[in-house]
Design a protein around this ligand. Sequence first.
Ligand SMILES: CC(=O)SCCNC(=O)CCNC(=O)[C@H](O)C(C)(C)COP(=O)(O)OP(=O)(O)OC[C@H]1O[C@@H](n2cnc3c(N)ncnc32)[C@H](O)[C@@H]1OP(=O)(O)O
Length: 397
Amino acid sequence: MTDHVTRVLREDELRAANTLFRATLHVGPPSDDEWDRLRPAYQPGRTLGVFDDALIGTARSLDAELTVTGGRAVPLAAVTGVGVRADRTRRGVLTELMRAQLADLTERGVVAATLHASEGLIYGRFGYGVATVARACTVRRRLARLRPEVPAGGEVELLGADDPLGSLRETYAALPRRAGMMSRPEPWWRGAEVYLRRGDEPLVAAVHHGTGGPDGFVLYRVSRTPGAPATLRVIDLHYADAEAFAGLWRFLLNVDLVDDIEVEERPVDEPVELLFTDPRACRVTAAGDEIWLRLVDVPAALATREWHGEPLVVEVDDPMLAGNTGRYHVGPGGARRTEEPPDLRLGVDALAMVYLGAWRPSALAHVGRAWLAGEDAAARADRLFGARTQAWCGTFF
Ligand SMILES: CC(=O)SCCNC(=O)CCNC(=O)[C@H](O)C(C)(C)COP(=O)(O)OP(=O)(O)OC[C@H]1O[C@@H](n2cnc3c(N)ncnc32)[C@H](O)[C@@H]1OP(=O)(O)O
């Protein structure tokens, strides 16, 4: 790309970035009032812009932490707000933004970047891979009877309508995190306050109280359109344990004047259908990629995750961040660089797909996305990268 400038945007340029991003999603600009409320969602110094005679492309991120397999966390950039002006696409503007963003993340010691992709063809070329998968379900409330052995759960309390998100910050921060989950920094909450308040139906927040205090919550809206099933849409649902999971579902099933309960982007191993005497009261309506992951610092990422079974030599190729390219001896004792011959060879995008256990290395080898030295290497690699629970993010950004 020539005759372009790529740089971090100043505070007074952020509204233009927001307007541009929304236009790429076919959404109109923010009103003065909305922008006042959205501004704190932009973390200072984290929004990039590309200019020719005007701003033509933008991408931003939030600093957070990503929990990885085994429970430790790494510095994360949650990437969002990516857009290129419609009359300037397909001439390398996004490529320039991704290059500048990855360079900045590397310099700041960020280990991983994640994003929700608007389309599946965009981000693989920049080293991102599908690292968590999720599903959507519809529960037919009037058919759904809880099985007798389902835990009783605790009390569920509705939060005040004027500040429904108020106390959820602390509740979320105190919950245990599975691999793939992220911390929710203050700018994330400020953005969520704006996005969640859009729409006509009121936003409802309810907190579950366990023996030790608040240990789960649900955010939802109910839409009742004449001629259509009255639908309760769950927007956010998190809980610490089986009691809170059951308690929150008991509560949802008891909300009156509702036919269907819809949940989206839920972990694929969350046993919703197993709560019911008739498991078909819960119908899976969609499944697919949730989070795309880019390992920015491969040595640090490999050193932080928990590994199972016997060690393996993994050869990684990273065309964009050459410092990641190389061979790593990876096992329960940790990860270090090596010159030994590889058992598993893959690109950094494919490494992201196995890193949190969403895919098995042998499945990637099956479709030519990875190379394994043989059957024994395949069995060891699948064990090494295995995870006890399915990775899941559960935070939209
Ligand atoms: C995390 C998020 O914010 S997700 C939201 C992403 N934003 C959107 O979807 C908004 C609408 N789309 C856009 O703004 C733009 O089309 C973008 C940002 C997706 C791509 O920007 P561009 O500047 O056109 O990308 P760029 O020119 O750098 O493309 C690089 C390569 O990716 C390909 N590519 C880019 N976008 C797409 C796409 N949507 N579908 C298929 N291929 C694509 C290009 O063809 C090009 O391939 P090539 O190198 O083989 O020629």
